[in-house]
Design a protein around this ligand. Sequence first.
Ligand code: UD1
Length: 417
Amino acid sequence: MSKLYITGQKRLSGAVTLQGAKNSALPVLAATVLAGGESVLYRCPQLSDVEASLRILRWLGCRAQRSGDTVLVQNDGIARHDVPDALMRQTRGSIAFLGAVLARQGRVRLSLPGGCAIGQRPIDLHLKALRCLGATVRERHGWLDCRAPHGLHGADVTLPFPSVGATESVLLAACTAEGTTTLTNAAREPEIADLAVFLNGCGARIQGAGDSVLQIEGVPQLTGCAHALIPDRIVAATIIACAAVTGSEITLQGVIHRHLAGVLPAFEDAGCVFTAHENELRVTAPPRLRPMKIVRTMPYPGFPTDAQAPLLAAATVADGTTVFMENIFENRYRHTAELARMGADIKTEGKFAVVEGVSRLYGATVEATDLRGAAALVVAGLCAEGKTEVSGVQFLERGYEAPEQVLSSLGADIKKV
Ligand code: UD1
């Protein structure tokens, strides 16, 4: 198992081109199941979670190959309707195959997905929506068996919560259903709109993606297309946190500014200054961060739960107290215990974390237990005095492409061993 060794307190500088969004790549790869012929995905990040989705596509009978950050999927027909447990467990994103394989094959049999342990992560909303579209669902011994032997049909579906995953399941299942589906209280995350752009490029008729109400007019079939994934807004937030804790100036390239509108105000509270120019964003951080007003994670366009851990790491060295309220997942403060080993002063109680800023963190041996928590430990390591040893790097590599190379290129002292 690899580890990261970071010697902190190095000022960072330079520019980073953002990788493609992992949370777009996973549902878009599942969507290629629906699209006959060839699909080409540009800016597809090289991550373990993405490789796991490619393995599922190959298992189902597609050819999937990568050349740099371009992935080509050749779908000349899907041979199976099942996904083995070992493949389902490799990534949370595997749940997107539920709606896609069901729509394509009229049946899907798979086990519950893996992914980071950040809460219960139920899929009841996905299943309820699929039932509305005409599927029968059986859950036995950890396996789901969903059938729609006569095809799915359009319906009015309302989500009680704008779940990202359930919205994707409905999009994937409804594109080739008979008739029109209206989805109310849909998630508005940019990755949903990106999935819809890909599906529409394949011939789907989806309107309103990115809004709360989606209209999906079913079409008989889809044909693969070429698509460039959106840049990863969570990687952007993480790099901004790295700049924030080291008092640095960094330029992000390939940014879609509106995707960061929920994130930047928190960093501005802390004293960071942003300069936007076309698709670039420069962050200039102060020598010492100020505390932030209360940070509440919310569905998009609110502050994203995925950026909570890196921002919390930055708050540990702010000049005062910052309160976090995690509203999406119930177990998303596991990084705080490891940050405490580095000298951070954090108290958690249910949804809340109260972070009393300290004058400095100290390097320590810490262990990541989930993807964004791993990012928080790296952020902390960059500003800590002395050496930090981070294990659990495999979690980081679920979502960050070559993190040690990106940070080294900015002047960080970081090595993967
Ligand atoms: C969530 C985040 C997404 C993030 C991803 C990975 C939100 C709204 N979603 O997406 O931004 O990129 O994690 O970290 O911020 N829920 C149910 N039943 C379901 C589905 C969800 O109760 O069937 C609940 C979840 O327990 C959670 C909330 O709804 O409390 C949000 O879930 P959802 O958006 O579906 O999660 P992800 O798709 O994993």
